[in-house]
Design a protein around this ligand. Structure first.
Ligand code: ADP
Ligand code: MG
Length: 260
């Protein structure tokens, strides 16, 4: 299938969030959030610090359990609320295995080589054989431009290289969607581009993604849609280029003015 066909696939929703609420104790952090991403779509999530972006991403892979609402990824759906029991661990694990996540701080296993980091999930979680897992890991390291670092340890890598390993490690689980939470915020400026170009490549291959990012120009160019959050609400959403170049809401305008 061509890249175009993947990205243009009409009508299939890959991520659906409906009326999600989350409070930590008495403090509401997500207040009735709904959004959806079609298969092959890229959504960028922007907003000030503390607006709930990370909490929303964590709800998408159920690292954080919503108080209310529905989360659906592909064919896995879960409903939360006072009338619903906590999901069983087995169901949580199945759900999470469809979602790859990349964090600001890489979270590589320091005592494992690069290739072992990438193999670890397929071997221990998916039960793949070591040879098969290693072949896949090498292919993915090749994809992110780090094949020659397969036997290096994380402390020998630059931040940009670590983050590309983290992306390969997430891809090794063959997720249906990828979530990036400020994946370039901890990097020196000269290392940002190499990570963004991997994300851009994934987008062109039709990976469904949600990007929390402060790289506004990147969000405009790579994302299809953009959601601006503030204070636990979606304030404004629409085509990425329109939201970023011509926002309608005062809060969105104020936020984006910091980037010009
Ligand atoms: P963002 O990623 O947009 O900066 P977060 O989702 O990290 O926002 O945080 C939104 C709000 O929720 C903040 O006020 C934060 O302090 C609060 N919060 C996040 N996680 C927790 C938690 N585990 N316990 C209590 N409060 C939390
Ligand atoms: Mg955050």
């Amino acid at each position: 299938m061509t890249t175009e066909a993947v990205r243009a696939m009409p009508g299939t929703t890959m991520i659906a969030v409906e009326h999600v609420r989350k409070s930590f104790g008495p403090v509401p952090v997500l207040k009735d959030i709904s959004l959806s991403v079609p298969k092959g779509g890229v959504l960028s999530l922007i907003g000030p610090s503390g607006s709930g972006k990370s909490t929303l991403l964590r709800c998408l892979n159920l690292l954080t359990i919503p108080c209310e609402g529905t989360i659906r990824i592909g064919s896995h759906a879960m409903r939360f609320g006072p009338d619903h029991r906590m999901p069983r661990d087995r169901d949580l694990a199945a759900f999470r295995s469809t979602v790859g996540m990349v964090f600001q701080n890489f979270n590589l296993f320091p005592h494992m080589s690069v290739v072992q980091n990438v193999m670890e999930g397929p071997v221990t979680v998916l039960g793949r054989g070591r040879d098969e897992a290693r072949d896949l890991a090498i292919r993915l390291l090749d994809k992110v431009g780090l094949r020659e670092k397969a036997d290096a340890y994380p402390d020998r890598l630059s931040g940009g290289q670590k983050q590309r390993v983290a992306i390969a490690r997430a891809l090794a689980m063959q997720p249906e969607v990828m979530l990036f939470d400020e994946a370039t915020s901890a990097l020196d400026p000269e290392l940002v581009g190499e990570v963004l170009s991997v994300v851009r490549q994934l987008a062109s291959e039709g990976m469904t993604m949600v990007l929390v990012t402060h790289e506004i120009a990147f969000a405009r160019d790579v994302a299809d849609t953009c959601v601006f959050m503030r204070d636990g609400f979606v304030v404004e959403e629409g085509p990425a280029r329109q939201i970023i170049e011509d926002p309608q809401q005062a809060a969105t305008k104020a936020f984006l003015s910091h980037f010009h």
